[in-house]
Design a binder for this molecule. Sequence first.
Ligand code: SF4
Ligand code: SF4
Length: 382
Amino acid sequence: MSGLSQQIKDYVIGAGGALVGLTSKERLSDAPPSGDPSYLLASAQSVVSFALPIDSEAALRFISKEDWLGHCYDRKEIISKLYAIGDGLVTLLRRKGFDAVSVDINSNYRPEEGANNVTEMTEFHPDFSHRYAALASGIGRLGWSGNLMTPEFGSMVELGSVITSAQLECDPLLAKSPCDNCKMCALVCPVEMIDLKESMNVTVAGTTQKIARKRPNTCCWIGCTGYEGLAPGGEWSNWSPYRLDAPLPEDKVNLDALCISLQKADPQMHQEHNSFTDYRSFVLNPESFHYTVCGFCRSVCHADRDKRLVRRDRIHNSGVSALREDGMHVVATGNSVIENTPYLVNVNIEKSDSESFQKEEIASSSFNPLDHEVIAFLKNKK
Ligand code: SF4
Ligand code: SF4
């Protein structure tokens, strides 16, 4: 491998990266549009892809509903490290006279016709796809879920990418997919985003993969942002305490319209700065809380199949979540009640907490703007 290519890979590993691979603009030329690195850097020639594993045990406690916060803190730490690695790489490449940009880790979407801001978006295509770069760099392959799956960590990774004008040497692609089609990802999605049987083809770097056919992206947005957390059947949920009045619409037009309405009603979306308007500043702010309620399709996907089965069972036996008056999400004890809110969602509240709400004490310690407003609303109702 040429000097610069090796130097870059050594840098990433030295800076704490767990996985690193290199690919070229040419190799990504057959990918869907978000695989085009020249969208962010006109002089792009190569991409450095890198990954860090999330804490597998924290993720297990999260999906088992033993501990909500540990995984949220872990994600913030991991993503902060990815930003630091990306910034270091950009500095290194620019010092050598190359152009380089670090791709935002998350929440960076291409403009959509007719959408003035994120609340009106329905497609959520990223500026540049970390997954496609990682696949084309030989770090992993797409699993049935569509998430990147690595041999080392399964899908339990966060990804970063740096695009550069430097000509770097491509790494070999991963010959065999680590995904064995166990379908655990489909079985743990509370909004049934991932089809169990129907597939679609995705081609990247000359490799065509069969992945699950998915419902429109607004379906995952509703589940992962937390506007609906309860799985069909009502036996288990993700960490969201929010419930919709009716099942999600099957057709894209109505699903998209619902998602837009929910986003517009969400107090977080009316804040000038939030995790969607500037994800990087949000994550790097020491005060911010990385509110996470789902990602179950990723956290179930351990590299070891037996552990995936255990994780599925943990999720299905984890109960349903409820909101406590201090903003904590907890496992509902059976005494929880569903309350209406002005935000187009109902909320599952622990009954004892509902009764103890005091009008004069508006919670200030809640972890999420919607939670905060809902708690304030319920207290004022008393
Ligand atoms: S959970 Fe199973 S089917 Fe889904 S991506 Fe992982 S290995 Fe593939
Ligand atoms: S993040 Fe949650 S809602 Fe989205 S596809 Fe995965 S399991 Fe489903």
